[in-house]
Design a protein around this ligand. Sequence first.
Ligand SMILES: Cc1cc2nc3c(=O)[nH]c(=O)nc-3n(C[C@H](O)[C@H](O)[C@H](O)COP(=O)(O)O)c2cc1C
Length: 451
Amino acid sequence: MAQPRQMKLGAFLMTDGHHVAAWRHPDGRPDAHVSLDHFVRLARLAESAAFDAVFLADSSGVRDTNVASLSHTSRAASFEPLTLLSALSVVTERIGLIATASTSFNEPFNLARKFASLDLLSGGRAGWNLVTSSSESEAQNFNAERHAAHADRYDRAREFAEVVAGLWNSWEDDAFLRDPESGRFFDPDKLHVLHHHGRHFRVRGPLNVARSAQGHPVVVQAGSSEDGKELAAATAEAIFTAQVTLQEAQAFYADVKGRLSRYGRDPDHLKIMPGIFPVVGRTEEEAREKFAVLQERIHPVVGLSLLSTTLGGADLSGHDLDGPLPDLPETNGPKSRQKLLIERARRDNLTIRELYLAIAGARGHWQVVGTAAQIADQLEERFRAEGADGFNVMAPYLPGGLEDFIAHVVPELRRRGLFREAYEGRTLRDHLGLPKPVHKAPRSPAREAAE
Ligand SMILES: Cc1cc2nc3c(=O)[nH]c(=O)nc-3n(C[C@H](O)[C@H](O)[C@H](O)COP(=O)(O)O)c2cc1C
């Protein structure tokens, strides 16, 4: 009998939690950003519930240059995700390990190498969340005054993804003979040199890391602009996204899945995973009280700055906090986020203060405050109505918010047959139901020499 379709779950681990005041929660971990033991506990917790993966976001620098507001948050300093995931790979066995890395501020060779190495260390559990980055302050750490234009960032990203994929095909699965008798370590016919010459990159290859148990790391994408969706359709195997309403989620889902045939791809080989910010209570009232504990701790300076950043750096100073959101020019930053938020402010007639309070928790993601059954109802609806293949769980504060979700919502999902009881496979591809990529071998030195 065919297995009924089940949802994928990722634990999006934002240091001390996704709520901007999480570090001030009475049961929070203000020292989370320097505490390996905190992340070990979280990764093991998510693995104990058979989550598909943990996910660490990243930026190439401190995004918020407003030190006055930044100094009231815990967001200025955190672990670099790939090194942290390397540590977590040793204390976990099954859970996938996904980190963000920017195509704007890396070289493809370095990035392909690091992710391939994490994939080997972890036995085929690595994933790369490809982003183009969105803030000027990041660009300023990389020899630039200004961020490259959105379209140019994606032009580089497309070629970047192609080079990384090419480098991950440097070695065939059985290239390494390691035969002391014959003295042959690898088979030269199974080594492939990329020889990439493009607009942005010249990369000879081959990569100096072997292929892993899952072939190569899973490619995730987190941009939702037109360029972002097209790149995802061409190259990504999962998308992290941020639609709030069911209708928005369905439209996004249909749009992206509909693009895959152009690239000869099966729509099921790209998993769409919106974020959910769940506040779980035994009763609705308890959930609301739990949320209030966090909301009350948002410093107004922080709320305003967060809103301005989410709107792509919009200057809101001088506007009445209790007045409407002014008209804003289109951003050169993350267009999809800005559009979603402006639509929401207009639709619900929100003031600036109401808007910052509305997004401060989930930062524009989908927020559900309620009982386990109510949260499971919403997840089930979105999953069954083709709005999502799974969800990135964005716990409001950590570890408590993730513990709540696992203790109450996961059993409810299992009762409904919507989530696995235990891991069926070992690699991240196994969990996500993605095929192991067939090795593509364009060239090899031995063949080239023979030609
Ligand atoms: C769930 C989710 C996670 C994201 N994680 C990151 C991240 O870790 N780092 C980052 O720079 N941008 C992140 N982004 C933002 C954008 O994806 C990214 O900057 C992007 O390349 C701009 O995309 P767009 O203009 O196509 O929407 C994330 C977005 C979403 C929805």
